[in-house]
Write a protein that binds this ligand. Structure first.
Ligand code: GLU
Length: 492
């Protein structure tokens, strides 16, 4: 029987959860759920300058939003904790001591300044800088001398110089590294904190991790980690390095390409289900080129064998399309629940007015659901239902409003609207149809000026519904204002 699958997501809490991190978390989570294994969340917070609690919070929030529940980790605990690396410093010390005792590691007293100087000298000689192993074989007297000088040592790993280290990667196959290129890297720094390449091995081993699934940018770290595994005599986990995510210009995805943080996508109105579906396709695919998957289907089909070696391109347009698909699948009630807080946030109405606004918001969601790709787009485009000021598209004003017949038309319509008993869709439609008959004008020529007058633009959902939802007072006031605007020459 093979061991139960245990995987981990190990973010460094130095910022937001980015698309790349979220995709790594998702592949681990899907793999764990597919194999009924365990998904561990470990916080790699040993960079004490850059790690913050705010970042931990935002990472957990993003994972929760995406529905990636962890079985062990912060808030949950678990049998292999603590799950914050800074709470495991004694463990790293103890294990480093083992390596010292077995002469697989040594104390190094070189100061950062000395190291930097020698690095510069090596560069000047045209050599690749690496630690020159000056402290690799200190005598007891030399050691004492350094201690007396008040130097605090680091612990360095005695890494193999000869031969090669092969990484057998589940995605990339065998990747071989020359050991001569690996130097005696630091395990524990002079401040007592472990380095990534060391702590990750101790933790992955002690936490029983069976598969290390992470970004390809860590592939070059893996030979170092393998050497540490071997020094301890720990069995190796399986490694799977997943391809990088690039922007459309094929450079590494970054802020330059737009939103990259998961919470930002949430705030911009992307749906968690769409985001998960989209992230899953960044480097993984299913046989028949299918693109839409529920979470359950992703769990069922996910396999590392289907992860590509090639970089994945983050395509915002495709994400928008996919989000639109998921958005249209929501019930109106679900959509209303999602946009109500955003509309309050946008200042359309206050939390106290929420219940009173709900029926209108339902109507607005009904007419806009098929026309937008994100919740934010829905909220943004619906501003004219709520706010007093309409922003007029100058071209629409010129082309549609500044026609001779428009001021009279708008005045007539306002008068007709004010006469209506109820300002609802059938009554509004009745007014337009009657006017069409009386004037002999095309319906579009009657509707377009009203659309520009009331929404500021040439495109909107059906005009009768829009008018009813904007409400009689606002609609009439805007039409009067637009009639005035229509009389003025374009230059004003
Ligand atoms: N803390 C590392 C990172 O965020 C983890 C890498 C790994 O999964 O080994 O990149």
């Amino acid at each position: 029987m093979t061991a139960k699958v245990r995987v981990r997501f190990a973010p460094s809490p130095t910022g937001f959860l980015h698309v790349g991190g979220a995709r790594t978390a998702l592949f681990n989570w899907l793999f764990a759920r597919h194999h009924q294994g365990v998904f561990v969340l470990r916080i790699e917070d040993t960079d004490q300058v850059r790690s913050t609690q705010a970042s931990v919070d935002v990472i957990l929030e993003a994972l929760r939003w995406l529905g990636m529940d962890w079985d062990e980790g912060p808030e949950k605990g678990g049998p292999y904790g603590p799950y914050f690396q800074t709470e495991r410093l004694d463990i790293y010390r103890e294990y480093a001591q083992r390596l010292l005792d077995e002469d697989k590691a040594y104390l190094c007293y070189c100061t950062p300044e000395e190291l930097e100087m020698r690095r510069q000298e090596a560069l000047a000689r045209g050599e690749a800088p690496k630690y020159d192993r000056r402290c690799a074989h200190l005598t007891e007297a030399e050691r004492r001398q350094f201690e007396e000088e008040g130097r605090t040592p680091v612990i360095r790993f005695r890494s193999g110089d000869k031969g090669q280290t092969a990484v057998n990667d589940l995605i990339r196959g065998e990747v071989v590294f020359e050991n001569a290129l690996l130097d005696d890297f630091v395990l524990i720094k002079s401040d007592g904190l472990p380095t990534y390449n060391y702590a990750v091995v101790v933790d992955d081993h002690l936490m029983g991790i069976t598969h290390v699934i992470r970004g390809e940018d860590h592939l070059s770290n893996t030979p170092r980690q393998i050497q540490v595994y071997e020094a301890f005599g720990f069995p190796l986990p399986q490694f799977a390095h997943i391809p990088m995510i690039l922007g459309p210009d094929r450079t590494r995805l970054s802020k330059r390409h737009g939103a990259t943080s998961v919470t930002q996508f949430r705030d911009e109105g992307y749906l968690s289900e769409a985001m998960v579906n989209y992230l899953a396709l960044l480097g993984w695919g299913y046989d028949d080129k299918r693109e839409l998957f529920t979470k359950e289907e992703l769990i069922k089909y996910f396999a590392l064998e289907k992860v590509s070696k090639n970089p994945a391109i983050f395509d915002q347009k495709k994400l928008d399309w996919m989000n639109g698909v998921y958005l249209r699948e929501l019930s109106v009630e679900q959509l209303v629940e999602a946009v109500l807080p955003m509309m309050i946030g946008a200042g359309y109405f206050t939390a106290d007015e929420l219940e009173a606004q709900r029926p209108r918001v339902e109507g607005i969601c009904e007419v806009l659901q098929t026309r937008v790709k994100t919740l934010k787009e829905l909220v943004d485009t619906s501003y004219y239902f709520f706010l007093d000021e309409v922003v007029y598209d100058p071209e629409a004003v010129d082309k549609i409003l500044r026609k001779d017949y428009v001021p009279d038309l708008l005045a007539t319509l306002v008068a007709e609207f004010l006469r209506l008993e109820k300002f609802d869709v059938p009554s509004i439609e009745g007014v337009f149809l009657r006017l069409q008959e009386e004037t002999g004008r095309k319906l579009g020529d009657l509707i377009q000026p009203v659309r520009v007058a009331v929404t500021g633009r040439r495109v909107s959902p059906g005009m009768y519904e829009t008018l009813a939802l904007v409400g009689r007072p606002k609609a009439c006031q805007r039409m009067k204002q637009a009639a005035e605007m229509a009389k003025k020459p374009a230059s004003e």
